[in-house]
Ligand binder design. Structure first.
Ligand SMILES: C[S@@+](CC[C@H](N)C(=O)[O-])C[C@H]1O[C@@H](n2cnc3c(N)ncnc32)[C@H](O)[C@@H]1O
Length: 228
């Protein structure tokens, strides 16, 4: 197995079981509020959904069964994470949760439409939970470009995590988290929503909603406009 790139997984992730399932403590605190937001925005939606940076795979396993009309494609770039996602998938019993796919959001070619990978059509949603601040800015740029390229009209991109607003952290805990991220890797850091929105706009996405979440996080929802 390839060596895991340093720092990509959460520092506090543990192993749950011999089948290589990983456990992220934050998942237990955030999956219900995230599920509620997705339920409000995706209630009547059918089609394909790509989750970028699925990590342990716990969100996919817990949330995919709530959306049986969505074919859920979990992805990541770290082999150990792909193993954990597959192990959680086997426990979930969700028929429409697909095997995990290696996908680097920063790359220009996501390989969509190839065998065993998400299709190019009917992509109604993309998700990235806790990804763009724990990855270089190029990952946010690639993610937004990919969403603009592949989401069908009316499709949604959901970004969950901490955000600064107009150059200001929204809480002391987010400022401390930002400093800690940057000390681990100078290319990481809490992103400013205005910077994210500017790149999203170039990609053809419109800011649809900013949902306040527990622990000073946000879920930011972008939409691909429908033709008039
Ligand atoms: C902090 S973890 C969040 C995992 C999960 N979404 C969660 O909220 O628990 C960030 C994830 O992004 C993934 N990641 C980092 N760089 C990436 C890239 N270029 N493309 C796709 N995923 C990436 C990491 O491997 C890791 O699984």
């Amino acid at each position: 197995m390839a060596r895991m790139p340093e720092g990509r997984r959460g520092a506090d992730w543990g192993t749950v079981a011999a089948d290589r399932r990983l456990d992220a403590p934050a998942f237990h605190r955030n999956h219900r509020p995230i599920g509620e937001v997705l339920r409000r925005h995706l209630r009547d939606t059918a089609g394909h959904l790509i989750e970028i940076g699925s990590g342990t795979g716990q969100h996919a396993a817990a949330l995919a069964p709530l959306f049986p009309a969505l074919t859920w494609w979990p992805t990541d770039v770290v082999p150990e994470h792909l193993e954990s996602i597959e192990a959680w998938r086997r426990t979930s019993g969700a028929d429409a949760l697909m095997p995990p796919v290696m996908l680097d959001a920063a790359s220009a070619d996501w390989g969509l439409g190839q065998p065993g990978r998400p299709p190019c059509e009917a992509l109604v949603a993309m998700l990235a939970f806790n990804v763009i601040h724990i990855a270089p800015w190029a990952v946010a740029q690639g993610l937004l470009a990919g969403a603009g390229r592949w989401l069908q009209p009316g499709g949604r991109l959901f970004l969950y995590g901490p955000f600064a607003r107009d150059g200001v952290h929204t809480a002391p805990s987010n400022a401390a988290f930002d400093a800690s991220l940057r000390s681990q890797n100078p290319d990481w850091g809490v992103r400013d929503l205005a910077d994210v929105e500017a790149v999203a706009k170039v990609a053809g996405l419109r800011l649809k909603a900013v949902e306040p979440m527990p622990a000073n996080n946000l879920t930011v929802v972008f939409a691909m406009p429908s033709p008039p």
